[in-house]
Ligand binder design. Sequence first.
Ligand SMILES: Cc1cc2nc3c(=O)[nH]c(=O)nc-3n(C[C@H](O)[C@H](O)[C@H](O)COP(=O)(O)OP(=O)(O)OC[C@H]3O[C@@H](n4cnc5c(N)ncnc54)[C@H](O)[C@@H]3O)c2cc1C
Length: 502
Amino acid sequence: MPDADALPLVEAQLRRFLRREVDAGSLEAGGRISDAMLAKVAELGLFGLSIPERWGGLELGLAGCCSVVTQLARSDRSLATTVGLHNGLGVRPLIDRGGDALRARWLPRLAAGEVIASFAATEAGAGSDLTRAATLATLDGDHVVVEGEKHFVTNGGFAGLFTILARTPDRGGARGQALVLVPRDTPGVTVGPEEHKLGLRASSTVTVRFDGVRVPADHVLGEPGAGASDALAALEWGRTLMAAGCVGTAVAATDAALEHVRTRRQFGRPLLSFPSVRQHVAAMLRESFAMQALVMAAGRAERRGDELSHLATAAKIVCSEGAFDLCDRAIQLHGGLGYLEGSGVARMLRDARVTRIFEGANEVLLARLGTALYAAESSAERRRLHEHDGPLAARFDDVDAHLEVALIRAREIHGLAGVRAQTLLQAFARADIALAAASACLASRSPERALAHQAAEDQLDRAERWIVAAAGAPERSARDALLVEPWVERRLDASPSSEVRA
Ligand SMILES: Cc1cc2nc3c(=O)[nH]c(=O)nc-3n(C[C@H](O)[C@H](O)[C@H](O)COP(=O)(O)OP(=O)(O)OC[C@H]3O[C@@H](n4cnc5c(N)ncnc54)[C@H](O)[C@@H]3O)c2cc1C
């Protein structure tokens, strides 16, 4: 069913459900989402958003799924995380890489919410560097034996199906990995207690152990040995859906702040009448717009079958940082009330914080993006992604050209050593994703043209600042290439104490 048919109906039912039955404060106070709440979410069809119709899902596509996750996150971020994780990382590997028999067995139950999905890659020794995953999946006749322990498994407390990333030493060489489907009720699976978290307290996060767990060999998804790239493909959905959740948080924080500054009076007038308060709110509206535009651009790219990885990463970084910044501003505009849990904005900030860490810490993603930019021979592909018309097109092209020149100059100055200068690469990556956000604002079909224009200008300003930071200080960048100055290195290696003597 195309998005256009299914989405309005789902969203109308969802709005009613959220208004009547979801209160984020009570959900959080109640601990992990209850089975009764999960059953209601299942009844609305939300566990089948991304699953093809032939297996009982709604087949909404990435854009439609993002729209639903944004709406959920406006009411409660834990619920949005549960649904987003299931529809993205949870089921995509099975949809895209599973055999027909396996899909026919599991997808209808997943779509109905009878079984909930999770994705388990992280381990004690393998976080940002998943090549270090130690969990093994070894072939034994027509079965695979899984041995290892996965940490931070979202949905793990109630999931019926785990997609795990494991090493496959007998396929793909020493570094070969694969995604393996493990049903929870397989002997040898042990689910640990719920973690106590800063935020997202109603979502489930657990450790799961796999001791000699035997699953049929067809439970290995995709090409044996190709687990790392299969995981990256699933992360494109995962990161975009997470960014969509950040948009929901951003909208909720902005709404709450606006409501407060309209009604709260100080010095005999509403807070909203003070110029700097108005500037805060205007900046929030522009940032939210850019976040939303990037998520929608990723959704359109998926629908067209275009390359998604760059937009998904840009959306993940821009939206996770934007959501946190907006929650922080909302707290500031609430004054002391914002610091109290009753205001709701304190919880939003706690819930948003983790999005800069999970599904790839932002620093790591920026360094990878920067390395790819630095190493790229030609910018033709990047330019294609950004092509557009409109009143800001000339400025856009100027900033894009500045970035290109800065990259060429950096390559001349630093040569190969530049790939070790992480802060330099991250600055280039930040300029690049700000350009992607500007482009998304300009390409947006929103009727709010003035807002789109201003949001794009903000992003172009941001891109220019990062280009100046990267290109304007070649001396400092050169020091970065060699890591840091000697006295800092001595201090870093000396002792764990952070005490500084005057
Ligand atoms: C609530 C929650 C839910 C999660 N859900 C899941 C899940 O469902 N499935 C799953 O598999 N995982 C999940 N995770 C794990 C999450 O993806 C990891 O925490 C994340 O990838 C970072 O890994 P790490 O915690 O080991 O941090 P580390 O890799 O130890 O990194 C710590 C910090 O060091 C810095 N850093 C690390 N490497 C570099 C580098 N190369 N360059 C520069 N800086 C660097 C970054 O600032 C990073 O934040 C979840 C985590 C949380 C907190």
